[in-house]
Design a binder for this molecule. Structure first.
Ligand SMILES: *[C@@H]1O[C@H](CO)[C@@H](O)[C@H](O)[C@H]1NC(C)=O
Length: 344
């Protein structure tokens, strides 16, 4: 909470310099839940403050700032002030859902985060912190412990909008066995449409899975093309000419494709729906060394898994193999998904 440069004592010639000093000392502090030792107050949200003790997560009831005022923190402590961008007075608790400087992740809740994949955009990704850990945008391991001075970047005020319609997700009626794995597939793909099933010219090449969203749940059904037609994923239709992706020598078994997982790069890339390089997992000793390249091949998503050379790790933001363990591979991270695919 200390100002990031020393301000000179007030003097007329120094007035402008002092203004600049105020701007720089408050502009960078968008902290949230950090207790000011000056007055034992913290910003609970951009418009609420809360009594606290340094490095202890406060449980005190938050107090609203007066209307038009925002919660700010600077060298004089935490206080409610009228927001004024001209003089650099900005609310705290504004870094939730923002990608960090390295564009690796964004905190999306006090204990959750999402990948940014080297962009400034929060991706369709859900990561959770290990039990008791909180997500902090400046933490090199993504999640840290309040007892170690790591406070959540997101406000607890924004966390309370979960546990609502959890009853509706379990309402998928027990599907017959042949379609249940199709529904698993669709739940993972999360995109309406028809999808090719396999590469065996005699069996799976003639089938497709149709995914649809029914009452908030993804439903999948396996169909077989009529007569001796083949499913063509380019036109999404049954055609009489065998697509080039179908093999008459293929011995690949599957009746339905496996749900997308990193160990199934084709289905994984179908879920990513964009060419490029993607991370495989969060295990520092195994999957953190690997990456998957996704590409579109004649209308079908293909994927190859690679391992970084030597003992290098794959960095999802720089999309390169690096020697430092990426933050996503720390044991403060409990789970991580990307586009619905679980990265282990
Ligand atoms: C803040 O809290 C600490 C610990 O309870 C206490 O020692 C300190 O005097 C308090 N400071 C102020 C300014 O109230």
């Amino acid at each position: 909470m200390s100002p990031n440069r020393v301000c000179p004592p007030l003097g007329l010639p120094l007035l402008l310099f002092l203004l600049g000093c105020l701007v720089s000392s408050t502009g960078v502090l968008a902290t949230c839940n950090v207790c000011s030792a000056v007055n034992n107050l913290t910003c609970y949200s951009s418009t609420q403050m809360q009594a606290c003790q340094v490095n202890v997560l406060s449980t005190a009831t938050p107090t609203d700032c007066p209307s038009g005022y925002v919660c700010t923190s600077d060298s004089s402590g935490v206080l409610c002030q009228p927001e004024d961008s001209a003089s650099g007075i900005q609310a705290d608790c504004q870094e939730c859902n923002r990608c960090d400087e390295t564009q690796t992740f964004a905190c999306t809740g006090t204990q959750s985060f999402a990948l940014c994949l080297g962009t400034a955009t929060v991706q369709d990704s859900v990561g959770t912190c290990a039990s008791g850990y909180v997500c902090n945008i400046d933490d090199t391991q993504i999640c840290g412990l309040p007892a170690d001075g790591v406070m959540p970047t997101c406000s607890y005020a924004d966390d309370s909008t979960t546990t609502t319609a959890s009853g509706t997700t379990s309402s998928t009626t027990a599907a017959p066995p042949s379609t249940s794995s199709a529904s698993t597939y669709c739940a993972a793909v999360q995109s309406q449409g028809k999808y090719a099933v396999g590469y065996n010219a005699y069996t799976t090449c003639r089938q497709y899975i149709e995914c649809s969203l029914v009452g908030g749940s993804w439903i999948g059904q396996t169909y077989t093309c009529p007569g001796s037609m083949y499913f063509d994923s380019g036109s999404n239709m049954c055609v009489s000419n065998m697509p080039s992706t179908c093999s008459t020598t293929a011995t690949t078994t599957s009746t339905t494709p496996a749900a997308p997982t990193p160990s199934n790069p084709e289905a994984y890339c179908q879920a990513m729906q964009a060419a490029g390089y993607y991370p495989v997992g969060t295990d520092a000793s195994t999957t953190c060394h690997q990456y998957i390249e996704c590409f579109l091949n004649g209308g079908t998503w293909g994927g190859n898994m690679y391992a970084c050379p030597g003992g290098l790790y794959y960095n999802s933001a720089s999309k390169t193999c690096v020697s430092t363990v990426p933050s996503t591979c720390s044991n403060t991270v409990a789970s991580l998904t990307l586009n619905g695919v679980s990265l282990d």
